[in-house]
Design a protein around this ligand. Structure first.
Ligand code: 1CP
Length: 341
C-alpha cells in the first residue's frame, strides 16, 4: 500500500510519508527550464505534457511520497468565463466581479479538460507506490481573488462584499461549489488517489463568516463528491483559521486535516477523531533558513506528531529554498540524519 494512503486510513507508521506544498515550483532549476518555454502561466497549466513533466520532477529529484498535480486554484474562475492572468512580480490579476457579473457567468467546464489529461498522464508514469494528489481551492479562497481582482493582504473588499451582498455571495459560492465539485470528481476519475481542498484565506473570519464562507461550501463539495461515488480521502487545509479548525474538522466532512505552521501538533490531537491523519506543519521560514534552525524544527515536528502524520510544510516551498535542505529534511525523516546547510 502507498505510505500516504496507509496513514490516511489511520495507520501510525514509524517513518511518516513526506511531500511538500509547492514542491514543483521556482526553487527547482528543472522547473524553471520548462517554465521558461511558455510565457503565460495559464497556458503552462493547460499544457498537459509540460504539467505532467513538472508534476513528476520533485519525485525524481527528492523521492517524495506523493506528487501533487501541477495546476492552479485559479483555473476554476476561467471555467466560469472569467479572465485570469499572472503578472511577473505581482501574481494573479482578474477583472473584479460585480453583482451583475455573478448573474452572467459564461460557464465552460470543458476548459478544464487538459487538467484531467495531466492527471491521467501522471498516474500512468508515477510508480504505484507513490500517491497522486489532486486539488481545488476552497470556494471562499477562489472568491477572494475573483472579488478583489488580485491577491491582497487582508481580503477586506471580499469580506465587505460578503457581509453586504447576501444573495450575490451565496450565488457566487454556489457556482464555485458546483464547478469545484466537478473538478475534483473528474480528477479522481482520471486517477487522483487523494484530493486536497486549499482554503488559503481562512484567517480573520468571524465564526459567523467562517461557517457561511468556509464550512458550508466545503460540506457541499464533499457531499457532491461522495454522491458521485468518489471514495478517495479528502484533505482539508484551512490555513491560519485559529480555533475555527475545531468546527471545520467536526462538520466539513474532510477525511484528514492539513495544518498551517501556528497549530501545536501535540494539542490538535485532543479534539480531532482518533486516527484522523494530520498533515503539516514545518515552518516554511525554517526551510529557507536551513542549518540547525531547520534541523531542530524538523525534529520538533517528528517528536510532537503523535499518531497518523504526513510530513509537510505549514505553507508552500518558497523560490529561495536550497535543494540540499529539502534533501536533508527527507533524509532526517527517513534515517534520523540530514546534511543541513
Ligand atoms: O511563475 C510561476 O511558476 C508561478 C508560481 C506558481 C506555482 C508554482 C503559481 C502562481 N501557482 C503554482 C502552482 C500551484 N498552485 C500548485 C501546484 C504545484 C505544487 O504545489 O507543487 C498548487 C497546489 C497551487 C495552489 C494555489 N495557487 C494556492 C493554494 C496554496 C497556497 O499557496 O496557499 C493559491 C492561493 C494559488 C494562487 C496563486 N498561484 C500562483 C500565485 C503567485 C498565487 C497567488 C498567491 C498569493 O496570493 O499569495
Amino acid at each position: 500500500m502507498q505510505k500516504v494512503m496507509s496513514v490516511l486510513s489511520g495507520n501510525k507508521v514509524n517513518i511518516p510519508p513526506v511531500w511538500m506544498m509547492r514542491q514543483a515550483g521556482r526553487h527547482l532549476p528543472e522547473y524553471l527550464r520548462v517554465r521558461k518555454t511558455t510565457n503565460n502561466f495559464i497556458d503552462f497549466c493547460f499544457n498537459s505534457q509540460k504539467a505532467t513533466e513538472v508534476t513528476l520532477q520533485p519525485i525524481d529529484r527528492y523521492d517524495m511520497d506523493a506528487a501533487i498535480l501541477f495546476a492552479d486554484i485559479l483555473l476554476v474562475p476561467i471555467a466560469l468565463g472569467r479572465t485570469v492572468s499572472f503578472e511577473k512580480g505581482i501574481g494573479p490579476i482578474l477583472d473584479p466581479l460585480s453583482v451583475n457579473d455573478i448573474r452572467n457567468f459564461q460557464i465552460n467546464t470543458d476548459t478544464l479538460e487538459p487538467v484531467y489529461e495531466t492527471v491521467r498522464e501522471v498516474r500512468k508514469k508515477l510508480h504505484n507506490n507513490k500517491t497522486l494528489i489532486g486539488f481545488c481551492g476552497g470556494p471562499w479562497t477562489v472568491a477572494t481573488y475573483m472579488l478583489e481582482g488580485k491577491g491582497t493582504p487582508n481580503k477586506e473588499k471580499a469580506k465587505i462584499f460578503a457581509y453586504k451582498n447576501e444573495e450575490a455571495i451565496n450565488d457566487l459560492l454556489d457556482y464555485l461549489v458546483h464547478i469545484s465539485s466537478e473538478y475534483l470528481i473528474k480528477q479522481a476519475e482520471a486517477g487522483a488517489d487523494v484530493l486536497q481542498i486549499f482554503e488559503s484565506w481562512a484567517s480573520d473570519l468571524s465564526p459567523y463568516l467562517f461557517n457561511k464562507l468556509i464550512i458550508e461550501p466545503t460540506k457541499k463539495i464533499i457531499k457532491h463528491v461522495r454522491d458521485a461515488g468518489i471514495t478517495v480521502p479528502i484533505i482539508g487545509f484551512p490555513k491560519n483559521c485559529g480555533l475555527s479548525i475545531k468546527e471545520y474538522v467536526k462538520s466539513s466532512g474532510i477525511s484528514a486535516i492539513a495544518v498551517s505552521t501556528e497549530v501545536p501538533l501535540d494539542q490538535i490531537r485532543s479534539f480531532i477523531p482518533r486516527n484522523m491523519a494530520i498533515q503539516g506543519n514545518l515552518d516554511p521560514l525554517a526551510l529557507r533558513i536551513g542549518g540547525k534552525t531547520l534541523k531542530n524544527q524538523v525534529q520538533n515536528i517528528l517528536d510532537k506528531a503523535n499518531g497518523p502524520h504526513i510530513f509537510n510544510l505549514g505553507h508552500g516551498v518558497t523560490p529561495d529554498v536550497k535543494i540540499e535542505n529539502i534533501k536533508a529534511v527527507i533524509s532526517h525523516i527517513r534515517t534520523g540524519e540530514g546534511n543541513y546547510v
